[in-house]
Design a protein around this ligand. Sequence first.
Ligand code: FUB
Ligand code: ZN
Length: 701
Amino acid sequence: MKQLVAPGFAICLGLAALRCFPVSAHPQASNWRDEGVIYLDHSVNAQLHPVPIHAVHLGDGFWAQRRRVTTERSLPTMLQLLEEHGVVDNFRRLAGHPELVRKGPLYTDSDLYKWMEAAAWAVASNEPADADKQKLHGEIETLIPIISAAQEPSGYLNTYFVGEKARLRFTDLPHSHEDYCLGHLLQAGIAYYRATGDRALLSIGERFADYIVENFGPAKRPFVTGHPELEMALVELYRTTGEAKYLEFARYLFSGVERDRLKLKDSDIRYMFSGRPFTSHTELEGHAVRALYAVSGATDYFTETGDPAYKKTLDLLWTDLTMRKMYITGGVGARVAGESFGDAYELPSEQAYAETCAAVANVMWNFRLLSLTGDARYADVLERALYNGVNSGMSLSGTLYCYRNPLASAAEKLRNPWYDTDCCPPNVERLFESLPGYFYAMSRDGVYVNLYQNSALDWRLENGVGLKLAQATNYPWSGDVTLTVSPQRRSDFTLYLRWPSWAATAEIQVNHQSFAPADSKRGSYLAISRTWSPGDLVTLSLGLQSVPTVANPRVADLYGRVAMQRGPLIYTLEQMDQSGAALGDIFVRPNAQVVVDFRKDLLGGVVVLKVPGLTAEKSLGDEPLYQPLTTATNRIKRPVTLTFIPYYAIGNREPTPMEVWVPISRFDNGTSSASTGSAGGTGNSSMSASPAKMSRRSENR
Ligand code: FUB
Ligand code: ZN
């Protein structure tokens, strides 16, 4: 097979049926300050161009709070833990300290790289205090020479495969993680370059990438990514340097041609989600993080090349994820064994693996698909995973982390400061620190608001006209958003506002006049095309209701159960909030009136849902395992008020039984037959945009 790659020209695949696609031309010397988390300004197939992090200023609000904790608590404590567990010493050992012993599993290098990526995005952003930024910047600057000194003259860099183990390099590709560590090194180097213009870390990654490209390939030694990650990094490296060889190597990795030369086993191929042609996949299987990093990289590859076979496969796999294999939290990975996907509709709650890294990967994939297409359904999934399955991954204190994110638990201790496999903590950190780069994107005809958050955008339209957008909102507690649109001068463009699929209604006013966009439907972007003048005011009111949600009956574990969702947030019961009613004896009456209550004092300030329920008078633990249906339906129950908290806040007080999917009371037929107990709301129907002023109120669905 002949491969021709010339940026700006075409990529041609296959000798027999030669097909060529235009390849994006990424200029060699890009302007580092203009580059977003992923840099798509020159990507021929990208509909959206994410703005750089420094173009976004966060005001007080949900993500500002989470990011503040990340910068001020998580990053400092995590670096200390990485030091304590020898992760930095593993590099120092190769840099003049042979007396140090290598510690930890063979992929620890990647944990430090992820931390550095997170710190770099913090440095790139506007919110951290100068002192914090300087400290983080200084820490990266201190680490770079240590890493550099561990790099061999050939470019090879890995702290595990050294000395005695050097002979094992690239001999066990399915498990060695040399590729995975390089991927994270490149991503850290790119982030640091985009934050500071300093190529020092990037150059280290490039040298190792060059070593791989020079030594491996179709006519050289065979290579496969045992843990996909490198693909994404190589495409981003191509976008950053303009060097076509990196995109070409990504193509080689996706071609899956080395199965025979590497004697790969079928089980390895399934587990790795690589080693066979990417376009031959028909379902998501194997190790969840590997698979989702692979599809993210393939989306990047498609964004640059436009090979239609990739899009077809990506569509198939996305449908498989969202129709059959994703938790309601956006978490992914049903099985502990192999940290893997389960079969279709296999979504157990308590046994769920739902590794934080997999939810992070879900966000990364959907961000790429969103940028590729401008299709809001990807933003819906991104938002679901971000607010729930990723957000649960870090405690409110910023110092404890979930590795698994189950949807039910019998008081398991879910949060720990450190894991021997510490992949998840710095993964959440890098995502949170890069978040400002996700909120807005530019397109050829205007600007997209992907996520609602108190924030300001200070950037420019693609015709070069400066644009400021000021967004005021208390999202996700409120669905009201106000935007002040200020182009540098009167300009024609389109403002795209996302109508999340969870919102039944979306009302828009432009300068106090109702505005009805054409083709408006939930789960899409609402296009407001007009001549904008500085100071134009847009208000968006999203119908924010508590929505009892059921799963497809094919999910056996969830049949007869309901989860509460309000806006993008999934809710859960924790035992300690239920006034003594045992979680195992509880039924919810989902169609009864829900009362929302903003509790400033609770869990950093959350809206709780008070939902009428019933509890069995006698513990269900005393009932027989099997009994006639009529006996069961006649059991005596008494009314209780169930208090739901947002899922992301689980396990922040003490280990306690927890449950997202709650059995539905069969007595509930939509009419209120049982007392709502103490949940009786005030009936105040106006939800203030200010959480502080948000009092208890009833929500009718
Ligand atoms: O193998 C490296 C990381 O450790 C994976 O991404 C996680 O799933 C965990 O296995
Ligand atoms: Zn992880």
